[in-house]
Design a protein around this ligand. Structure first.
Ligand SMILES: *Cc1c(COP(=O)(O)O)cnc(C)c1O
Length: 384
């Protein structure tokens, strides 16, 4: 059996090596390292793929979130509601801009921000909601867009983990994750579902004016050469990363399918275990329906409900099976973000999830033998 990796980028590279190496060497020959033709063509290709009017590439997913918030003109003291159970980047940029983060609890089935908790947290100072499409599927965007409309709030989608996912609305229509709110952001960090070979990110919007504002912000607030109208940042995707992403984008749907296949195999294997809750997709197909494209499984995350999560993690380590605990500490308990505004009673789900979750190896190169070894090891450990 091949050694099991949490993420196998080497195996994936072998399939696109010719194309990637050719375009990188062309970039080296032309020395168009920044804002070259590769960046522009990738931007257009991603706009087509997502069905969104504007993609603005930038340096990483954290910048993308920050720039989206700057573009919307959010000001110090404005409250921004986001999920307590996510990667810290989301709350970090809110705090950096001197906005007020308002962390709220998530839903136990999807791990995504709980619309009821959002409603409860709204005050006259609330300006925006940042749903994070955690582990590869959209938060409840029907409910979130409704709440936003009712209270006149911006919706900024942190789509770092769900690029390529479709959100199926209650009326049966579909939109790509990240293109539903006023603005969306993503990350092309190597281990993300669409990853480059360094850092990269992008911002998406259908709003022409916002897109114009953001294009200036990523470039030092310049709308005309050496005229700086607003305070901006320097945040760009380089040509080499764009070339890698151009080679991978046409394969993104196939990559998502491979992840779903692995997820289905995992979920089927675990279906008889009482102490395990497998990932649930929004539309009740439990992640195993063959036609669902709502979930792109950035992570395949189990809940271990018999208190043996840590023992299982140790056991997997001994068996050479990589795994991750995403995330071990709720954001409202992180030193940088503790605040007396928070009441423990408002976070029952996050507080429970941090003790139960474990993520299994998930990438495009997992084979049946590896999945069988992983599932058998877990079943044998948990059944006695
Ligand atoms: C990875 C990630 C980010 C940050 O992306 P970087 O490119 O690493 O800056 C932001 N939010 C979430 C949910 C992420 O998973």
């Amino acid at each position: 059996m091949k050694k099991i990796q949490m993420v196998d980028l080497v195996g994936q590279y072998q399939e696109i090596k010719g194309q990637v190496n050719d375009s990188i060497s062309e970039i080296l020959d032309s020395a168009a390292f920044i804002n070259g033709p590769h960046v522009h063509s990738f931007q257009k290709a991603l706009e087509d793929y997502l069905g969104v009017k504007h993609v603005i590439p930038c340096a990483n997913g954290t910048d993308a979130l920050q720039i989206a918030m700057m573009g919307l003109g959010l000001e110090p003291g404005d409250e921004v509601i986001t999920a307590d159970f996510t990667f810290a980047a989301t709350v970090e940029v809110i705090a950096l801009l001197r906005l007020t983060p308002v962390l709220v609890d998530v839903s136990p089935d999807t791990f995504n921000i709980d619309p009821a908790a959002i409603e409860k947290a709204i005050t006259p100072r609330t300006k925006a909601i940042v749903p994070v499409h955690l582990f590869g599927q959209c938060a409840d965007m029907d409910a979130i867009m409704e709440i936003a409309e009712k209270h006149q709030l911006y919706v900024i989608e942190d789509n770092a983990q769900a690029i390529g996912a479709n959100h199926l609305f209650k009326d049966g229509s579909r939109k790509k994750a990240g293109t539903i709110g006023h603005v969306g952001s993503t990350s092309f960090f190597p281990s993300k579902n669409l990853g480059c070979y360094g850092d990269g990110g992008a911002i998406f919007t259908n709003d022409d004016e916002l897109a114009h504002t953001i294009r200036g912000i990523v470039n030092h607030g310049m709308y005309q050469r050496y005229h700086h109208d607003v305070v901006g940042v320097n945040s760009r995707l380089d040509s080499i990363q764009a070339a890698v992403l151009s080679a991978k984008l046409p394969k993104l749907d196939a990559y998502c399918d491979k992840r779903r296949q692995a997820a289905r195999a995992y979920s089927r294997a675990f279906s008889d275990l009482d102490s395990v809750i497998v990932p649930v997709t929004v539309r009740d197909c439990s992640g195993i329906c063959d036609t669902c494209d709502c979930h792109v499984f950035h992570q395949y995350t189990l809940r271990i409900t018999n208190g043996k999560r840590d023992a299982l993690a140790t056991h997997l380590g001994e068996k050479g099976i990589p795994h991750g605990i995403y995330y071990p500490i709720p954001l409202h308990k992180q030193k940088a973000y503790v605040d007396e505004r928070y009441d423990e009673a408002d976070f029952p789900v996050t507080n429970q999830l941090v003790d139960e979750v474990i993520s299994l190896p998930m990438h495009t190169e997992l084979d049946d033998e590896q999945i069988d070894f992983i599932t058998t090891t877990i079943i044998n450990f948990l059944k006695d």
